[in-house]
Design a protein around this ligand. Structure first.
Ligand code: PLP
Length: 382
């Protein structure tokens, strides 16, 4: 029976008869050494060498000029939106097929998300749908894009790279540029992924990452904002460190800002994790290939990278035939202690976002009905 075959195949990959999580962190490097060094130094909080080291390593890894480490991915998005000037009453374009943090960060600015459809293949914001919306409903006045339906300013575009698969970010940036809309990449899931040899998160004016426990590398909790814009990087540092003016002892804060700085102890863990990232990527790529081979024989599609992209395979995706087959897989795998998750419910189905503008959302709904994630952890002997 197909069901039994799938279960025993996944169990053979992870070599266990017990519960298989969707994505477990792996600590196989210098984690304990750096954590001990951090504790011994007593600098476990908002100041310390590991934060600086991480920021430099992250810039080197992504190819961005600057990195600002923060407490989580959501705060990184919030900060980036603030920097491009998103204010109360503004609108921000994003996709409805995303994790709720993307939309929440927009709401934290007292702005409203505008939900534009995704592409079926990339699962990320569709440049065709984006351009159609902008052409039909907006005008550019004094360099500012205005939504003629609401008379509100569209101050940013926040596409997301779903599960590490690149959206059509080059086309998106080009379109947004002609409408004077800055692009911030929600690359929370996409650390290590590339498009045409360039790391995701470095295409827009800013890119943000998450280092939550379930992401490809973890700080326990953490996030980062990367940018080539030196002014934005300085602003990000300022906004995430309570807006304090540098001074040996005086407290002067020149604007309402946040306590979003990543603690040094989290950065210590993260430094060790980043050293292992390329190994994680290679390991997960093999896992994705094994899944692809197995499910192809069953006539089930595994999402794999295109010729121009390199995917981090953070969470590996199956595309099932329809909602019924999706529900069947979710039920029997979870019942058999193999953690499996559906893709998110579309944002406008959540109470907070039910009244937000959305276009047709045909592809987003198609994907909501069919995509599931299967166990994707790094395998020690994989
Ligand atoms: C994880 C994630 C975030 C938020 O990151 P946190 O560190 O959990 O705040 C934002 N956007 C997407 C798409 C994510 O997957």
């Amino acid at each position: 029976m197909q069901k039994e075959k799938v279960i025993s195949f996944i169990r053979s990959l992870f070599k266990t008869d017990t519960f298989i999580p969707l994505h477990a962190p792996y600590f196989g490097g210098n984690e304990k050494q750096y954590l001990n060094a951090c504790i011994d130094s007593t600098y476990v909080s908002s100041v310390g060498q590991f934060v600086n080291t991480f920021e430099n390593s992250m810039s080197e890894y992504t190819g961005a000029k600057h990195t600002v480490a923060v407490v989580n991915g959501t705060s990184a998005i919030h900060t980036a939106l603030k920097i491009v000037g998103v204010q109360e009453g503004d609108e921000v374009i994003t996709q409805a097929l995303t994790f709720v943090a993307t939309a929440n960060a927009i709401s934290y600015c007292n702005a409203k998300p505008v939900f534009i459809d995704v592409d079926k293949d990339t699962m990320g914001l569709s440049p065709v749908a984006l351009e159609a919306f902008l052409n039909e409903y907006t005008v550019v006045k004094n360099g500012v894009c205005i939504n003629t339906l609401t008379n509100k300013r569209i101050k940013a575009c926040l596409p997301m790279h779903t599960f590490g698969f690149p959206c059509r970010i080059i086309e998106i940036c080009k379109i947004c540029d002609t409408f004077g809309i800055p692009v911030i990449e929600d690359a929370a899931e996409a650390l290590g992924s590339e498009l045409n040899g360039k790391k995701l998160g470095t295409f827009g004016t800013m890119g943000v990452f998450s280092f939550n426990g379930n992401k490809i590398i973890t700080a326990g909790g953490g996030g980062a904002l990367v940018t080539n814009n030196t002014m934005y990087a300085e602003k990000a540092k300022h906004l995430t460190t309570t807006g304090k003016k540098e001074h040996p002892y005086e407290f002067f804060h020149d604007e309402l800002a946040y306590n979003y700085r990543m603690p040094n102890i989290n950065a210590a863990l993260l430094c060790a994790q980043l050293e292992q990232l390329d190994g994680f990527l290679a390991n997960k790529r093999i896992l994705a290939q094994s899944y692809d081979q197995f499910f192809n024989e069953l006539g089930i599609k595994v999402r794999t990278e295109s010729d121009e992209s390199k995917v981090n395979y953070w969470l590996i995706c199956l595309e099932l035939k329809d909602r019924e087959e999706r529900d069947h897989y979710l039920k029997f795998l979870n019942e058999n202690q193999i953690m499996t998750r559906p893709i998110w419910q579309l944002m406008y189905k959540l109470p907070m976002y039910k009244d937000c503008f959305r276009d047709q959302q045909k592809n987003a709904q198609f994907l909501e009905d069919r995509i599931i994630n299967i166990p994707s952890s790094y395998r020690k002997n994989g």
